[in-house]
Design a binder for this molecule. Sequence first.
Ligand code: ATP
Length: 264
Amino acid sequence: MQPPVAVEVRGLRKAFEDKVAVAGVDLTVPRGSFYGLVGPNGAGKTTSLSMITGLLRPDDGTVTVAGHDVWRDPYEAKERIGILPEGLRLFERLSGRELLAYTGRLRGLPGAEVDERAAELLEVLGLEEAAGKLVVDYSTGMRKKIGLAAALLHNPPVLFLDEPFESVDPVSAQTIRGVLESYTASGSTVVFSSHVMELVEALCGHVAIMAAGRVVAAGTLDEVRGGKGLNEVFMELVGAPIAKGGAKGNARKGALAWLGSSSV
Ligand code: ATP
């Protein structure tokens, strides 16, 4: 029986020399939820996800996944985690099918089971034709999809995805959404980071907004939105104010005055 909380993060901190990337993050991710992590560039999402999945050692704090402490009990915890990391590094000289076979063996699955699951994942994700091609020749979107297949192969109860829809075409995005929705409907949990608010609003039942290494709002989507759009709440919490004279965001009034007045 799985605990009702899939991921529990308490007091997570990380500094790179004098740069504090994550300044004390707490998160509670209910089991079976689709949990969106949003925040501006440099907010600390990737650093948090790396620590939560056991890839980067925190300076302080605890992380429990499916009831197992990621840093004290890494084997038990990592067995329960699937990851699609940012800047996905794959074995480029394997074909997609070989990559899945290799991943399955690393996860300790029997060969026949790996072959069966890999064939289904390749088919559902529209990679059947590319299955024999080397990963080095895959497009960025195809790499995301084979990375997702590798993350799902051992059927983990919790899946962490860093920007899973980046560079993915709309048809493939729809396919990925379908796969993830049926995965969470069966009680598994997805935590993903994204910059696309519409996507987070459409997919997620829960959301956390990060800024400057902290969680500035978290809860169910409706709690965080409070009757507004997610983008509006996001801009209120972390957006730069509109400067006098109409310069938006971080732009100083009069900045880039030379841009757009080309005489050639
Ligand atoms: P983005 O949306 O742009 O991917 P993010 O929210 O994922 O951003 P992080 O990549 O976690 O943000 O970075 C948080 C902060 O920590 C940034 O200021 C970044 O420059 C810094 N940082 C991250 N990794 C390192 C590192 N290895 N060394 C030094 N600084 C780092």
